[in-house]
Design a protein around this ligand. Structure first.
Ligand SMILES: CC(C)(COP(=O)(O)OP(=O)(O)OC[C@H]1O[C@@H](n2cnc3c(N)ncnc32)[C@H](O)[C@@H]1OP(=O)(O)O)[C@@H](O)C(=O)NCCC(=O)NCCS
Length: 138
């Protein structure tokens, strides 16, 4: 089950390998949570900023990876935000699995952020939803 809620932060903090970026006080931050048997096994943490979304982190518990859970989270996010212009994210250039995942959903590399991750380059990726956005405001 996928659920959009900021109520699961404690459970998210228990499974996540990155904790410092997660917060609950920013009014623009949101959590999309994947729940199986009453347990949080994956999440997408993102900022919903007016006309755009920015994904800050997507994570699936290690024992549940390669079961299309991240795909389902991204699919949900894209399908439920068709009124936005675009979705952006930043990824470590060495994180090939994540880059493949994003490319599968139509994200394209638009810029390189040199040394962004402790000396390793970051790649800024974007998925445009503009066509739909434009057709809605015409
Ligand atoms: C990246 C991550 C979220 C993927 O989650 P997942 O649920 O295992 O991903 P999915 O099963 O939906 O895989 C979707 C696609 O991603 C790519 N992918 C994911 N894991 C992969 C792997 N181990 N090897 C190769 N490709 C992989 C593939 O393109 C895959 O599509 P395919 O199965 O049709 O080949 C997960 O590995 C994770 O939590 N990693 C640690 C946190 C992280 O790096 N997050 C990204 C930060 S930007």
């Amino acid at each position: 089950m996928i659920c959009e809620s900021n109520e699961y932060l404690d459970e998210i903090l228990k499974i996540s390998d990155k904790k410092d970026i997660l917060e609950s006080t920013n009014p623009f931050s949101k959590y999309l949570v994947y729940i199986e048997n009453n347990e949080v096994i994956g999440f997408c943490y993102y900022y919903d900023i007016y006309e755009k979304l920015d994904i800050a982190y997507i994570f699936v518990r290690e024992d549940k990876r390669n079961n299309k859970i991240a795909s389902k989270l991204l699919e949900y996010l894209i399908n439920n935000n068709q009124d936005k212009e675009n979705i952006t994210l930043e990824v470590n250039e060495n994180n090939i699995n994540a880059i493949k995942l994003y490319e599968k959903f139509g994200f394209k590399s638009v810029a390189k952020r040199e040394g962004y991750y402790n000396g390793i380059d970051g790649i800024l990726m974007e998925k445009k939803l503009e066509e739909l956005f434009n057709s809605k405001i015409e």
